[in-house]
Design a protein around this ligand. Structure first.
Ligand SMILES: Cc1cc2nc3c(=O)[nH]c(=O)nc-3n(C[C@H](O)[C@H](O)[C@H](O)COP(=O)(O)OP(=O)(O)OC[C@H]3O[C@@H](n4cnc5c(N)ncnc54)[C@H](O)[C@@H]3O)c2cc1C
Length: 414
């Protein structure tokens, strides 16, 4: 089979990043919208099980603005929980005896929080609904891309069922094991943490009042992140072997171990979803571009989830790529040309490395019980807690408001 398709861009991968990218490039956010094809190895949009991902995502203020501009946030607003307060404790103490070392109190006015928590299932459903209505997006499910030819013009990808698809630009949104990245011979800098994050949603008896808790234990952070209603999203970090042991216990034993860590401050607690362990690593592509290729999302970078910024970084990639493509296409230039791709790479790579290094440093500093480090981090946290400008700096970083902002993150049209 050899069918030439009239697409401006082929997005390989239709996860959170791929679907959002389709919306950002194909709708009226660009004065000249692109025709995009999203190809995904997973099921078609209609038969997707959005609930298969038990994780929640912290969405920063600028990411929320972007999702609002893309028409996705309205469907999420009722289910999104603002962070009203964030506390950081030394989780080595027993549950119930963990004084806050650092606390961030949000401003409290409507819409003024720095981040919101949403379940990935809700996020994915909202993105799917919007993609299904988009005129300029074609979605091809149950189709893996097997081979890539980036040296032809336009670029050509071949699917496992033998279809050849062409476009001037290929966008790799195919996740951490990206085939597109490998086909372009792009190496990564990578290390594993020997930590896994057990993710799930729980229901509890008492309200959380929008309070996020991050308890730092030697094995890694234990995060209780507020969802709408009396529910919280959990990321419970353990060494990988221990996390695997825990998730394979009978459910009641797993829950006993969980309750021991969780404590009783929110009353009775029970599971609201299944649970799964996600191995944690850092992986940054040595370049985010190749000939006729741009990497976005986890295909470009995987970071430690300690600050909940992974998908937010993916949104920044998409917003920057949308700006670069908008500029070039308006001037009649090739969307897959080196000038556009280089502008994208320059915008995104340094920011990504900075955020990845900050998350890595935080994890190293906190997942460590050596006395000098423990003393240093207590002193550091108390210093940050007492200095409002330092706190404001951290809050701006967390809200995604630091650095040069692409248009979509500011909610502005092309
Ligand atoms: C425990 C944990 C908690 C997290 N919490 C947060 C948080 O609070 N906030 C936040 O911002 N981020 C968070 N993250 C990170 C975030 O979840 C990821 O960055 C995000 O899900 C990555 O999305 P993606 O679309 O880039 O990749 P993926 O979700 O991996 O999607 C890749 C897609 O590509 C498809 N695909 C793969 N290969 C092919 C192929 N050859 N052909 C066609 N299709 C293909 C797959 O089917 C899949 O749909 C967390 C991560 C973890 C592990």
């Amino acid at each position: 089979m050899n069918s030439q398709q009239p697409y401006d861009a082929i997005i390989v991968g239709g996860g959170l990043a791929g679907l959002t990218c389709g919306l950002a490039l194909s709708g009226d956010c660009l004065s000249i919208p692109l025709k995009t094809l999203i190809v995904d190895a997973g099921p078609d949009l209609r038969s997707r099980d959005a609930g298969a991902d038990q994780r929640g995502s912290a969405i920063t203020k600028s990411s929320r603005t972007m999702l609002q501009t893309l028409g996705v946030w309205d469907a999420l607003a009722d289910q999104a929980q603002a962070f009203e307060k964030i506390i950081v404790t030394d989780g080595r103490n027993a549950a119930g005896n963990r004084p806050a070392l650092l606390s961030f109190l949000e401003a409290g006015e409507a819409g003024s929080a720095s981040a919101w928590m949403v379940e990935n299932a809700a996020l994915l459903s909202a993105l799917i609904a919007q993609v299904q209505q988009a005129e300029n997006i074609t979605f091809m499910g149950n189709t893996a891309v097997e081979t890539f030819d980036f040296n032809s013009s336009p670029a050509c990808v071949t699917t496992t069922d033998g279809r050849k698809l062409t476009a001037p630009l290929v966008i790799a949104a195919d996740g951490r094991h990206s085939n597109a990245r490998r086909a372009a011979d792009i190496e990564t800098v990578r290390w594993d943490y020997d930590q896994s994050g057990i993710a799930m949603t729980v229901e509890h008896e008492l309200p959380h009042h929008g309070r996020a808790e991050e308890h730092f234990r030697e094995a890694g952070p234990f995060a209780i992140l507020p969802l709408s209603g009396n529910r919280s999203s959990i990321v419970w970090t353990e060494q990988t072997a221990e996390a695997e042991r825990l998730v394979h216990l009978p459910e009641h034993e797993f829950m006993d171990a969980f309750k021991h860590r969780f404590g009783s401050h929110l009353g009775e607690v029970k599971l609201a979803t299944g649970y799964a362990a996600w191995p944690l690593s850092v992986q940054i592509a040595k370049t985010f571009i190749g000939p006729r290729l741009a990497l976005i999302g986890d295909a470009a970078h995987v970071i430690h989830p300690i600050a909940g910024l992974g998908f937010n970084l993916g949104l920044r990639d998409i917003a920057a790529l949308s700006d670069c493509l908008g500029d070039h296409v308006r001037r009649g230039m090739d969307p897959g040309g080196q000038s556009c791709l280089k502008a994208y790479e320059q915008w995104r790579r340094a920011d990504t490395i900075m955020v990845a290094a900050a998350c890595d440093g935080l994890n190293r500093l906190f997942s460590n019980s050596a006395l000098p480090l423990a003393t240093l981090r207590q002193a550091g946290l108390q210093l940050v807690d007492r200095l409002p400008p330092l706190k404001a700096f951290f809050m701006d970083q967390a809200a995604g408001l630091a650095g040069r902002q692409p248009r979509l993150l500011r909610g502005e049209p092309d």
